[in-house]
Write a protein that binds this ligand. Sequence first.
Ligand code: WT7
Length: 705
Amino acid sequence: MAEAHTGTPEKDDEDRLTEAEIAVHWKEESFFHPTPKFIGQANLTDPAVVESFQEKHFPECFRAYADLLTWDKYWTTTLDTSNPPFWKWFVGGKLNVSYNCVDRNLAKYGNKAAIIWVSEAEDEPVVSITYQELYVRVNEMAAVLRDSCGLKTGDRVTIHMPMVPELPVTMLACARLGVIHSVVFGGFSGEACGARIVDSGSRVLITMDGYYRSGKLLDHKVNADIAVKKAESDGTKVEKVLVWKRFSGKYSSPTPMVEGRDHFVDDLLKHHRGALVPPVSMPAEAPLFLMYTSGSTGKPKGCQHSTGGYLAYVTATSKFIQDIHPTDIYWCMADIGWITGHSYIVYGPLALAATSVMYEGVPTYPDAGRVWRIAERLGVNIFHTSPTSIRMLRKLGPDEPKKYHYHFKCMTTVGEPIEPEAWLWYYNTVGRREAAITDTWWQTENGGFLCSTKPALDPMKPGSAGPPMLGIYPVIYDEHGKEIPPGAGKAGNICIRNPWPGILQTIWGDPDRFVKNYYAKYNKDKNSKDWRDWPYFAGDGAVWAGDGYIRILGRVDDVINVAGHRLGTKELESACLTVPEIAEAAVVPIVDAERGRVPEVYVSLKPGVKAGPEIAEKVTKAIETTIGKIARPKAVRIVPDMPKTRSGKIMRRVLAAISNEMDYGDITTLSNPEVVEQIRVQVQGAGPVKKKTAPEDIRRFGETT
Ligand code: WT7
């Protein structure tokens, strides 16, 4: 039974463990309860709603989610399982996403802010866009895409833009036409963008000239040129590049426009002033967008999300878990270039007629009070961020929140496991012991939340995402497919037993990889048409406590979660191998106090090449160019040789142990065991072997390769 808790007073910084140490040692915490004030207004206080999602009501329970939307044509089949694991939701139904997020809000909320945008430059005025204005802008942009670019339903468009209102305008314009957007995180390099253009087969790229980051106006247009070049060298011709201007009427990039190929969006818009583009009525199962994410192999996966199922899922979870009402001022600090931004800045909140805040820049620019000033100034009452930002804000300004008069009713955390210590600061200092916290576990593939407490109904437990979401029935399996029941005190691989409306439909262009990646591991009968035989393998380790709360331990595959973002080791390694001097590369995660995990790189050199700092520098640069600054390694270690098995496989597990000062275990079966000690001394210095403990994901890293 949940035990009441009033919040622990904060300890002095001196006797605090580091975040990394806490992450290793943290224990089960006691429960915290939402305040009566919050419960009084929350969207999810009715236990009957929970009751209606019991497994015996599956899949019809999800009708309630789809009923939050406006359908042009009601569906005939709630869930079609005839071709496992390619599930189809709300089959026969038709709707348009931009209609649901914009048009339908006009009658009641036309004069209300849909988006409030905050520049990183604090002296630049805040921009509010009403639903009416959003409607006009989305229509005009849809006319640009349709009439000036010849785009039609089913075409793909790559969008590589920063956090500006023109980004959701562009996404909604695509959705209006049934054009599939693929938004690439603005911080990814031009090359990374180019690779995604090729995979999606986009012939139009939409970008912006520049944007602010840490006080500097960056040249972003240059990335479009690199992306187009990369795409072309890989066989995909980009016909048009549309360039938005960060400052109206002024081109802010030093990179020239390419005659015939590049067009300023504001020039094109002039031809479509006041245009009205009827929303295209799309089948529920038509793809809405692609979102690329990293997996164990080198190539990013284009997760394909649907129109009806996805929108229903993000709308309902925004309502029930983030507790969004139209009167709320909601701020999610994620970037729209990630799935969190798609689901919980754009689609979910706008479908609920919320006011969604967008911030362009770095949360701690120009100082650690910026976030709280924005919250105070705009009256933000729902806040959504990641453990990595919480750790950073706490480190740079532990007392800053106290200086500002904002008031949050609820707050979300997402992206990585949150240490109880960071959770408590979020709760006590940021949320002032009044805001309910939802720790939401999910993935790019999932569309929306999979585990979280139900705010108002469930107590919160620091460090645990909580019980499964409504209509989500998980199971934890060991490596052999044996179920580990709740309360067993053992970790295993978390899977979801049932389909749900937000699940990706497939990996774009690679259905076999989709089946292999997410379903093959625990499927016992390939021919079964029963969804019960197709558990979804999430790739995370987890423990299910006896009280029903699930604690996520991190990835069990070769994916490194850096500041809440996935990077594939293979992708990083192939980036290293673009440096001509490098013979072999191995990337491992190391525990980092702020960013959760960061990559550390081991390389060996080709014969005759001399080791030196310039080589390490080249490797770092190569990673930044092929992937982006987000992937910058903590260190590049040039080693005489890689530890290898007799069959020649690099033992990443051993390198991860050395980097994280863990016991590397038995190495007698390696072909070159002597190199391990050499590398250990090189990394840790002489002295006794360190035997620290490490989190589950680090301990298991490299097990499978
Ligand atoms: C991986 C997914 C969609 C959310 C943003 C990241 C980790 C995510 C939590 C959480 C513990 C979490 C998992 C997951 N993760 N949320 N609340 N607690 N771990 O999306 O890039 O697809 O990464 O992030 O390891 O598999 P993503």
